[in-house]
Ligand binder design. Structure first.
Ligand code: FES
Length: 165
């Protein structure tokens, strides 16, 4: 079943929609103001926010789809695209940039074919870039699945990423 909506770029299918998700959405019928919490629950099910589920949230809870999307895109914790098995975060804040952070992003693009916001075809890595991780003296900083790596050179990045299959 396919649903096409007027909302920009939304062409959702009902494939990933399950009974479990249905009842989860229903459980928020009396607490629409807790949409952030609902989106967190949905993301923990799928590891991202499928568009078709956001459409269902809008329909079932009678919340404008634009509002659902605006919450989902406002918070960095939410992602609208499926992510890879490992999240690689490269800091491009001023301190890390000066110490070579940009070279790490270029290396990811060269070696894995991904830019910030993209995932490798084999879903091994998702790359993201951030503006500061709050540990500038350790730059360039890279975080892989929550583990901080300091003073990362392109060679060190190679060694670090080999550990993640
Ligand atoms: S600029 Fe990279 S940690 Fe602050």
């Amino acid at each position: 079943m396919e649903v096409t909506l007027d909302f920009p770029k939304v062409k959702a299918t009902i494939e990933s929609y399950t009974e479990k998700v249905d009842s989860l959405i229903d459980s928020y019928a009396d607490k629409k103001e807790q949409i952030i919490s609902l989106l967190q629950d949905i993301q923990s099910q799928f590891d991202y926010l499928p568009q078709d589920v956001m459409v269902k949230i809008s329909q079932k809870l009678d919340i404008p789809l634009s509002q659902v999307f605006s919450v989902a895109t406002f918070f960095r914790a939410f992602t609208l695209k499926p992510r890879g098995r490992h999240l690689v975060t490269v800091c491009l804040g001023t301190a890390c940039h000066v110490k070579g952070g940009r070279r790490l992003v270029e290396k990811m693009e060269r070696d894995y074919g991904i830019k910030p916001g993209e995932t490798t075809e084999d879903t091994r890595f998702t790359l993201e870039a951030v503006n500061c991780l709050g540990c500038c003296a350790l730059g360039p900083v890279v975080v892989v699945d929550g583990k901080y790596e300091s003073k990362v050179s392109p060679d060190k990045l190679d060694r670090v990423l080999k550990k993640y299959k």
